[in-house]
Design a protein around this ligand. Structure first.
Ligand code: FES
Length: 565
């Protein structure tokens, strides 16, 4: 330890008398039953996020206990503290609106409370991004621990995992091939343990990204939530946090342009969630790092998909862990990675990958010369419909639709969509393009509404996929030929707002373009009278609307991102 104040002596409360502040703090700490000997130890904060509205964090108390054990064993004092917790399916209008609130809470509580390092425990989709954003801005030594993925359930001999199978069964129910009785049975078999969604959705993608960035311990991203190794990882994370106090490795040394590029490689190789692009952009943005879409596409073209998991492939996260997990994947990607990045242990990626890898299940984690796909799972598009960009998950789409042109069927917002999508009189045909407007960050908080359902009358006729376009996001567990994150969004006058029923739209994945086949003059004429919706009068929603950026900037608040460089 240095002579700098540490532990409870850090950041004393302002009373105008430092000695009084220290005396009072120690007295109140003793009221928590902390012995005098421990009062002088360095302190590890544990940002914990249990909530009765967050099923994915049900195992939080066991994780906090295990982290605390590790911290104590390594000679420091653990101090768990709560922050906002975001349970994906329990928030209205969408968890995305509150990610930045959680990030602010995390940053401010790390800075305001006396701790020498912090362990961040999150899991559900928005929680890990929020914690990494907050930790990057606070820039105190920090380490991420995830709650881990759920284990699968069973239904009539079939493995089920949230939430790709949720969507698969719902699509069958809409198409009439699964009845009400069976869908009720399936409802109880999709999410059967604690932990995050069982497939390579947003939560699992972000867990892999946290490890690829170097912000969590090697090999911890994919350990199932209920596995005893998850608790061992938690204990070791606690010990590592104490080592961080001594090494003083900060998030700004771990999250660098090179480690962000490594994380994008991993995102491509696992064919991860489209949401992760927004989140990784926001995390990097907190440190002034920008990865333009051109570079993103370059990485996508160079990086094969190597992991065969749902929603793109067959397996579940528990299979990925048993197959060798991130260690095995990173070794296959080695020639493409920046090897001089450092992790929270201060080790370079080269040092990590020089260690021998154990057995690898090549059915789940392919060798680089036998990929699932030769190119990455995600691409960025541009064009007159998305001048600032859009995202397309080609790995989860129908290749026959990659080069296509169709007639627009436009929904002007979420209510319009839910009111008319199943209307038997809706003028829609299989080759049409479904367009959803006003579901972007300003209009609606950017919900996961981009996975527009196939109109019931077409689903019942056997149509399984159509080109769909919106300024919304989609769940990382979803699939289909879906153009997302269109920017600028319709609500602020982006060209998406100019699309009318019957317009022609062309998608070209080869050229990475999405275009409205309407003359520029006509598009300008249609947008001339556009007015954004009014800003809410008060509270967090007003702050959100005034400050949220578009998807290519990570939907962070403009006053929280750091200037580039
Ligand atoms: Fe929490 Fe899917 S709902 S990870």
């Amino acid at each position: 330890m240095t002579d700098e104040p540490h532990g409870f002596d850090r950041g004393l409360t302002n009373y105008g008398d430092r000695d009084f502040a220290r005396y009072l703090r120690r007295s109140f700490a003793r009221s928590m039953g902390i012995s005098v000997g421990l009062l002088d130890k360095p302190v590890v904060g544990i940002a914990m996020t249990p909530s009765g509205f967050n099923n994915c964090h049900r195992g939080m108390s066991d994780l906090v206990e295990a982290v605390s054990r590790g911290v104590l064993a390594a000679g420091a004092l653990p101090r768990p503290f709560p922050t906002v917790s975001l349970g994906e399916v329990f928030l209205n209008p969408t968890s995305m609106m509150y990610r930045n609130l959680m990030a602010m809470d995390t940053e401010e509580m790390i800075q305001a409370q006396p701790m020498d390092a912090v362990v961040l425990i999150g899991g559900c989709d928005k929680t890990v991004p929020a914690q990494l954003m907050g930790a990057a801005s606070a820039d105190l030594p920090a380490i991420q621990l995830v709650t881990g993925p759920m284990s699968t359930g069973r239904h009539k001999g079939q493995r089920l995992g949230a939430c790709t199978d949720c969507r698969g069964f719902w699509a069958k129910y809409r198409a009439g091939t699964v009845d009400a009785e069976e869908i009720a049975e399936v409802e109880g078999r999709l999410s059967v343990t604690q932990g995050t969604c069982a497939v390579m959705g947003t939560a699992s993608t972000m867990a892999c990204i946290a490890e690829a960035l170097g912000m969590s311990l090697p090999g911890t991203a994919a350990i199932p939530a209920v596995h005893s190794d998850r608790l061992v990882a938690a204990e070791e994370t606690g010990r590592a946090a104490v080592r961080l106090i001594r090494s003083k490795v900060r998030p700004s040394q771990v999250i660098t342009e090179k480690s962000v590029e490594n994380a994008i490689r991993v995102l491509m190789a696992v064919s991860g969630s489209t949401n992760a692009i927004v989140h990784l952009t926001a995390i990097a943005g907190r440190l002034g790092i920008r990865i333009p879409y051109e570079r993103f596409n370059q990485i996508s073209e160079e990086t094969p998909v190597l992991v065969d998991l749902k929603p793109v492939g067959e397996g579940y996260m528990e299979d990925f862990h048993a197959a060798g997990g991130m260690g095995a994947l990173l070794r296959e990607l080695r020639p493409l990675l920046h090897l001089d990045t450092v992790d929270v242990e201060g080790r370079t990626l080269a040092e990590r990958l020089d260690e021998p890898v154990g057995w690898v299940d090549r059915a789940v984690i392919r060798a680089s010369d036998n990929p699932v796909s030769a190119v990455g799972g995600l691409v960025a598009l541009t064009g007159n419909l998305a001048p600032e960009g859009a995202i397309f998950k080609r790995a989860a789409a129908t290749p026959q639709l990659f080069e296509s042109e169709g007639r627009a069927v436009v929904f002007t917002g979420l209510e319009d969509l839910s009111r008319r999508i199943d209307d038997p009189d809706l003028d829609v045909a299989p080759g049409d393009v479904l367009v959803l407007q006003n579901a972007g960050p300003h209009a609606a908080g950017m919900p996961e509404a981009g996975y527009l359902p196939i109109p019931k009358k077409l689903a019942r006729a056997g149509v399984k996929d159509m080109v769909r376009i919106s300024d919304a996001r989609m769940s990382g567990t979803a699939f289909g030929s879906i153009v997302l994150h269109v920017a600028p969004e319709a609500a602020i006058g982006g060209p998406l707002a100019a699309v009318r029923d019957g317009d022609r739209i062309r998608l070209s994945i080869r050229d990475k373009r999405i275009d409205l086949l309407v003359e520029a003059d006509e598009i300008a004429r249609r947008l001339a009278d556009h007015r954004p919706p009014p800003v809410p009068a008060r509270g967090y929603k007003a702050l959100y609307r005034r400050s949220v950026t578009q998807a290519p900037e990570g939907c962070d608040f403009d006053f929280l991102a750091k200037a580039e460089g």
